[in-house]
Design a binder for this molecule. Sequence first.
Ligand SMILES: [Zn+2]
Length: 75
Amino acid sequence: MITEFTREPTSKCRKCGLEFKDSYSVCPHCAGKNNAQIIRDIHIPHSNQMRENSSIGRQFIYVAIIVGCCLLLFI
Ligand SMILES: [Zn+2]
């Protein structure tokens, strides 16, 4: 519960959608960037990461199916 008090309050940036501390007057993620730069630097890497995560999830399902088939063969 102590961490709740020591954690600084954050706001969600309207421009880039990332969280930043209330003590900053401007969002450090997108200060001085135009919309094209925000999309290139923040949104594109973000979506690439999400795609990677979902492909890992798919691989896990394939492995689970293969293991399931192996178990059926052995029984
Ligand atoms: Zn921002």
